[in-house]
Design a protein around this ligand. Structure first.
Ligand code: HEM
Length: 309
């Protein structure tokens, strides 16, 4: 990564940590979360398209972290919001991390815009609340943020972490044994369908809900990995840009069977890929994520306060 991007990453991390609800022992974003474990089993739909065996056949262990996107580890689950999923597929040659959110698009396409966004939504010193006029001005000068902003405004309360579709947003590449590259995006689609709550009960807690679900039949916590193959003209390098709707390939199923409370400090980084999958070298947000997540990990594991899940 360039020195400029490293400096931007450091500024972003410092800005996130300066929020009053940020906790040094937790992630700078996605601070509240819960870990689970299970297995990923390929369907064979990617045969011939990638040299990564785990995406073509067989079954491997997986660790998963579901999260609220904010930096406050004590945020209430009854408040409407998107959510995140971080999946670590433990392949024989290393981790393949698939880290996704329930939004259809990201808010910005570069680090400078992310810093502008953080400034626009920071609390006004006079009122202690964000100033809607500043946020409006940000969207007007960044029309690419509109799909993500609209999704945030329409967010509902999920019935469960297991009843949301999560989208990878970035473009990645499948690489076959001859080195040919095929762009793709992916989603984790809940096998039981999407479900939301109109009136969540008092004290609604998604970690407790997940624990209850995992004690039930196994199909209650399962996701299909759906891959969308890109065609010429689909934008790459830009997680704000939507791809046209088209049918996807179900390339595998993630089946969760237990919480993984004692997994220890973990980092999920979408730049962790293995042979047969490649990252998009033109995606500044993806590069920044690698750096900012490292800073956040180092801060939370050296805070002396343990690693907040
Ligand atoms: C400049 C853009 C972004 C910044 C600065 C950022 C920042 C962060 C930070 C600081 C963390 C905590 C990392 C850790 O301590 O391990 C995090 C986690 C996370 N981010 Fe991002 N993020 C960005 C873009 C995205 C995008 C585009 C997505 C979705 C595709 C995403 C999804 C997630 C998820 C799901 C987690 C939780 C991972 C876990 O459970 O360990 N982020 N992000």
């Amino acid at each position: 990564m360039s020195t400029d991007l490293d400096a931007t990453a450091a500024r972003i991390h410092a800005a996130l940590r300066s929020a009053p609800t940020s906790s040094p022992s937790h992630r700078a974003l996605h601070a509240k979360g819960v870990l689970a474990q299970g297995r990923f089993t390929a369907t064979g739909a990617l045969t011939g398209r990638t040299s990564a065996p785990h995406l073509v056949e067989g079954s491997i262990p997986a660790v998963v972290r579901f999260s609220h996107p904010g930096g406050d580890p004590d945020v209430a689950d009854a408040v409407p919001s998107g959510r995140g999923i971080a999946v670590k597929l433990r392949t024989p040659t290393g981790s393949h991390d698939l880290v996704a959110v329930s939004s259809p698009a990201f808010l910005v396409r570069d680090g400078a815009s992310f810093l502008e966004l953080l400034a626009a939504r920071a609390p006004d010193p006079d009122t202690g609340a964000p100033d809607p006029a500043r946020m409006l001005a940000f969207v007007e000068s960044h029309p690419e943020s509109l799909p993500a902003v609209q999704a945030a405004m329409a967010a509902r309360v999920p019935a469960s972490y297991a009843t949301l579709t999560y989208n990878g947003l970035h473009t990645f590449f499948l690489v076959d044994s001859a080195g040919a590259r095929q762009p793709f995006r992916y989603s984790w689609v809940p096998v039981g369908g999407e479900q939301f709550l109109e009136e969540p009960p008092d004290g609604f807690d998604l970690a407790v809900e997940l624990a209850g679900r995992l004690a039930g039949p196994p199909e209650r916590v399962a996701f299909d990995l759906v891959v969308h193959l890109g065609t010429p003209g689909d934008p790459t390098g830009d997680p704000t840009a939507l791809w046209p709707e088209r049918p996807g390939l179900v390339v595998g199923r993630l089946q969760l069977d237990a919480l993984a409370a004692d997994a220890g400090p973990m980092i999920f980084d979408p730049n962790n890929v293995v042979t047969g999958v490649a990252v998009d070298p033109d995606d500044e947000i993806l590069q920044l994520r690698g750096s900012v997540y490292g800073l956040s990990y180092r801060a939370r594991t050296s805070s002396g306060d343990g690693d907040g899940t």
